[in-house]
Write a protein that binds this ligand. Structure first.
Ligand SMILES: Cc1cc2nc3c(=O)[nH]c(=O)nc-3n(C[C@H](O)[C@H](O)[C@H](O)COP(=O)(O)O)c2cc1C
Length: 332
């Protein structure tokens, strides 16, 4: 995830139970681009023991092929193409999710990249641009090019992050794609993960915001799958994690400025504070100085209560996750 899943983030997550693999933030690719050096560090200096896929975003085929070849000189598990980013500035340029408006361009790009990339080549997509009715045609295209994996954020581009996901689309992909299909979107705890897997039959899960809020989620899932005790983090565990993020990202920041660092940290912290009840989010939005930041964390996180498994229903940054487990929703 842009501006989040960098080298220190991967390191900090891995200490709490790493995922089976990581995917980098996307490398922007265009005729004048060169590989972003900071993102490259999450490949070259990765000591998590877990493989890293390098993700590219762009629409210019010669540039994408050039960048894929440059990336292949690094220790990557494979190349991933982003067909999911909904940011208007990206879609306006017909890159990321914007490409889904033109399936024939997607067909040409994926076919040509598949021919040019000798190693693993995977695709990250949404289920359509305007409507999930577009998904069967997209799947036909993905099927015709021997890609090595398909990760699906189960929303359309216009749904951005605001709706429940469409597990039926992911299930259709599982039933019709010859490669492993990975389900993504709205996994926030063990039960949403189990439910998404059960509803789709996906080979695995990709987890984004839920893992920022709860970096123990990968280990909790591994314990659940292995029927071993599941770690239940407390607010104080969360505090320690936040402080590690603060310090380690600070250490990696060129031209460190304490006030700018607080603003940068608030962007990541939003996925934690919006995931908790109470005033942590309200207070954190007002933090200006490192002292404010530390004091607000201390005020809200310095105790031993367990962190609730899920964000509050109605949270602005976690929308629609409760639809993955309707039975639980009815009980609550
Ligand atoms: C801040 C932010 C940055 C993101 N950056 C990327 C990215 O670089 N590449 C990508 O494939 N998806 C990116 N995404 C989308 C996530 O990978 C994921 O598909 C989406 O958040 C839904 O999954 P989740 O509910 O597990 O977060 C980003 C999402 C957020 C919120």
């Amino acid at each position: 995830m842009q501006d989040v899943t960098d080298l220190p983030f991967m390191r900090i997550i891995a200490r709490r139970g790493a995922p089976d693999w990581f995917v980098t933030e996307y490398f922007r690719v265009h005729p004048d681009s060169c590989l972003n050096r900071y993102i490259l560090r999450s490949i070259d200096e990765n000591q998590t023991g877990r493989p890293v896929f390098a993700q590219m975003i762009g629409r210019d085929l010669p540039s994408l092929i050039r960048s894929a070849k440059e990336l292949a000189k690094h220790d990557i598990a494979g190349i991933d193409l982003n067909l999911g980013c909904p940011a208007p500035i990206v879609c306006r340029k017909d890159a990321g999710g914007g490409l889904l408006r033109n399936p024939e361009t997607v067909n040409h790009l994926i076919g040509s990249l598949r021919e040019a990339i000798p190693g693993r080549f995977t695709v990250k997509t949404r289920v359509g641009y305007h409507s999930e009715d577009e998904f069967p045609r997209l799947l036909e295209i993905f099927r015709s090019h021997a890609i090595d994996g398909l990760s699906i954020h189960g929303r359309t581009v216009v749904e951005r992050y605001q709706t429940p996901v469409h597990p039926d689309c992911v299930q259709l992909a599982v039933q019709t794609m010859p490669c492993p299909v990975i389900a993504n979107g709205n996994v926030v705890d063990v039960s949403t993960a189990q439910s998404y897997l059960a509803q789709t039959g996906a080979a695995g899960l990709m987890i984004g915001r839920g893992a920022i809020r709860n970096p123990w989620l990968f280990s909790q899932l591994q314990s659940t799958f292995n029927s071993t005790p599941v770690f239940a983090p407390t607010y104080r565990d969360l505090w320690e994690y936040v402080l590690e993020l603060y310090d380690e990202i600070a250490r990696e920041t060129a031209k460190f400025n304490p006030l700018a660092h607080v603003q940068r940290m608030k962007k990541t912290l939003a996925y934690i504070s919006h995931g908790l009840e109470g005033d942590f989010e309200y207070d954190m939005r007002r933090a200006r100085t490192p002292e404010d930041f530390q004091e607000i964390c201390r005020k809200h996180l310095d105790h031993d209560l367990p962190i609730p498994a899920r964000p509050p229903v109605g949270s602005k940054l976690f929308c629609g996750f409760e639809a993955l487990t309707p039975a639980q929703r009815e009980c609550s």
